[in-house]
Design a binder for this molecule. Structure first.
Ligand code: ADP
Length: 162
């Protein structure tokens, strides 16, 4: 049984994340989308909300589970008997940080491999940060995130403005 962890903040999940998840299902028997607590990033959505948005987005994918974790990623991967971690690479600008992270994770646990996946070209410009910015400015994000995420974004930003 080949298991992979796809970790991230998912604040919120975008169609770019979903594209990577779908690609991962072709390579692994089980994909765990692991939402990191990441309090230091001051997320727009709480951990529970981010996990709920991911859970609903992967409902139709039978080999994908959503979970959350706090602490060291490699320890979480070990606890799930995962062989690998997937990270998405959008552009060269992602590379330096991701490379450093991958090597550090290898240092911490040699058994867990990091695999990089590229999304479909139309998603290379997508990030949770940009989606939040567009939504905040009243732009249409319907082609960047699933419908339930768009709804959650609008609800959160409306409340923030009151
Ligand atoms: P983190 O805070 O860990 O970077 P993110 O939720 O921003 O969490 O991203 C999780 C992973 O998904 C990262 O590896 C990131 O590079 C990747 N990713 C984010 N957006 C996209 C996208 N549009 N296409 C492909 N990969 C992406």
């Amino acid at each position: 049984m080949r298991t992979v962890i796809y970790p991230g903040s998912f604040d919120p999940l975008t169609n770019g994340h979903l594209d990577v998840i779908q690609r991962a299902t072709k390579l692994f028997d089980r994909v765990i989308v692991a939402v990191a607590k990441n309090e230091s990033k001051s997320p727009l959505f709480t951990l529970e909300e981010r996990l709920d948005l991911v859970t609903r987005a992967v409902e139709h994918l039978p080999t994908v589970d959503a979970d959350s974790f706090d602490g060291l990623l490699v320890e979480y991967a070990e606890s799930q008997s995962a062989q690998a971690i997937i990270r998405g690479l959008r552009a060269v600008s992602d590379f330096e940080f991701e490379f450093q992270l991958a090597l550090m994770n290898r240092k911490l646990n040699e058994r867990v491999e990091t695999i990089f996946m590229m999304p479909k070209d139309t998603y290379t410009f997508l990030s949770s940060r940009i989606v939040k910015e567009i939504a905040r400015l009243g732009g249409d994000v319907s082609s960047f995130v699933p419908a339930h995420v768009q709804k959650a974004l609008l609800a959160r930003l409306l409340v923030a403005e009151v």
